[in-house]
Design a protein around this ligand. Structure first.
Ligand SMILES: *Cc1c(COP(=O)(O)O)cnc(C)c1O
Length: 478
């Protein structure tokens, strides 16, 4: 009898919210004291989680209780203030609550009529973001899952626009037989740009990887040579505001000058680096950024909101609007005086993720964001100074932003790549902080990225102490 009852899901009740809130509070309050890295092996996680597909349903409270217990050993504390891998962040109080409520409200931010509140919040956040980033106020903004989809959306509009200027209407004719496009990216381009290009039908032979300087910035002379070779062709350029390894910015103004007369589209991938625009101290980096045609950035990096949150920004709103010409029959006609969120993104039904951004931008304010960005950059410089105080420690990049690349010497006969992997593994296992490796100029080195709103000087000191010990390890001791 109970099986029949359990097979029928019920709507959530007040008690469920209290239970979930209690689990969440326990997680959150133990966050900093729990291991940063997962303690379970993949085999252990499968043993915990891999059940036979149930024939009958189970009660919600039992499922959630078991879920909380079973996933715990496999969770990564990427929001820990001493998690310095990837480009990670914490979650702020307002953004987290807004994120929960976004699920509770379950608004489909596809069209205005499905959620007028979500549509208006998207309008407001768009305006705030353009103001904060000092981008053209008439630009259009789409709310996507992250940098990958932001790059995809921007480059799709760019591809269509340069082909259209070359007399080829992609919407009607498709891509087969289209004039060739050349894409210029730095040899240090982020992988998501290459994935986006592939999804857009642009192959590796069309992608010109421009040599980069020691900081990972596109070499201007090399770009100028490439542009001369391809003059007259439709061109896409994807530049970086914040190299994911070094934090370096492409010289935007100089590049915009170089391509002035071409049928070219300039995109800037600024997943975290675009937010340098809020800090007057960093204006040297962002100069000329406003001259691009499109920009992409993330909320779930420097804005410290939960995954998934990305923004795509297009200078030409009418070109952006033409990305999606077909509306679903049941969606009704688009009205001139309000916003349909799905017009600006590849998705149709979609999470109303602008609520979270609305909350976090109110929580920081312009000044708070500026403090956050400047503090993270200061912490990166503190980390770099500390690395150079460790015997043999060598910082490999100029600390332009929030990223530190560094290396340690090895004894004869030891593979430097293995040495750095061993240091990272030692740090990760020790639990004081999480530092990863990356490939930089052909070598495996150590990398730190600091974009968490809750990281402080004392965290950097703790991490440096652990690094001082880890630098002593030898690969065979890892
Ligand atoms: C993180 C990152 C991306 C990808 O963003 P996702 O949100 O992970 O899709 C793209 N470019 C750069 C420079 C990044 O740092």
């Amino acid at each position: 009898m109970s099986d029949r009852i359990h097979a029928t899901p019920r709507p959530a009740e007040s008690a469920d919210f209290c239970a979930a809130a209690a689990h969440a509070a326990t997680f959150h309050t133990t966050h900093v004291s729990r291991p940063i890295q997962p303690v379970a092996t993949v085999a252990e996680l499968r043993r915990l989680l891999d059940r036979p597909l149930p024939e009958i349903g189970s009660p919600a409270d039992q499922i959630i209780r078991e879920l909380v217990a079973d996933v715990a050993p496999g969770l990564v504390a990427a929001g820990h203030p001493r998690f310095f891998g990837f480009v990670a962040s914490g979650v702020t109080a307002a953004s987290l609550q807004a994120d929960w409520l976004t699920s509770v409200w379950d608004q489909n931010a596809q069209v205005y009529s499905l959620s007028p509140a979500a549509a208006v919040v998207e309008e407001v956040v768009s305006r705030w973001v353009l103001d904060l980033l000092n981008l053209p106020r008439s630009a259009s903004v789409g709310f996507v899952t992250g940098g990958q989809m932001a790059n995809f959306t921007a480059l799709a509009v760019g591809r269509n626009t340069v082909l259209e200027r070359a007399g080829w209407e992609v919407d009607g004719k498709g891509l087969s037989g289209a004039p060739p496009i050349t894409v210029f990216v730095s040899e240090c381009v982020h992988g998501t740009v290459l994935s986006a290009l592939r999804l857009l039908g642009l192959g590796t032979t069309q992608i010109h990887r421009v040599a980069a300087d020691a900081q990972g910035r596109m070499d201007l002379a090399a770009l100028a040579r490439g542009l001369r070779e391809k003059a007259g062709q439709p061109l896409l350029l994807s530049l970086q505001a914040g190299n994911v390894n070094s934090g370096a910015f492409e010289p935007f103004a100089a590049i915009a000058d170089l391509v002035r007369t071409e049928n070219a589209w300039i995109h800037i991938d600024g997943a975290f680096g675009l937010w340098a625009a809020v800090a007057p101290d960093l204006s040297d980096l962002t100069r000329g950024m406003e001259r691009a045609d499109s920009w992409s950035t993330d909320g779930h990096k420097w804005l410290n909101v939960p995954c998934d949150s990305g923004l795509v920004i297009l200078r030409d709103a009418s070109a952006h609007r033409r990305l999606k010409l077909t509306r679903c029959a049941y969606a009704g006609d688009e009205a001139a005086d309000h916003r349909d969120g799905s017009t600006w993104v590849p998705e149709n039904s979609r999470r109303a993720r602008a609520f979270v951004l609305y909350a976090v931008l109110r929580e920081f304010g312009r000044q708070g964001l500026c403090d956050l960005v400047e503090r993270c950059c200061r912490l990166a410089r503190q980390f770099a100074v500390g690395v150079e105080r460790i015997p043999g420690g060598r910082v490999l990049n100029d600390i332009a932003l929030s990223q530190v690349l560094f290396a340690f010497p090895v004894e004869a006969g030891v593979d430097p790549d293995e040495h750095h992997r061993a240091i990272a593994a030692h740090l990760q296992a020790g639990g004081a902080c999480w530092v990863g490796t990356t490939r930089w100029q052909g070598r495996i080195i150590l990398r730190v990225s600091i974009t968490n709103a809750f990281t402080r000087e004392s965290d950097i000191a703790t991490a440096l102490a652990a690094l001082g010990d880890a630098a002593q390890v030898r690969p065979f001791q890892a």
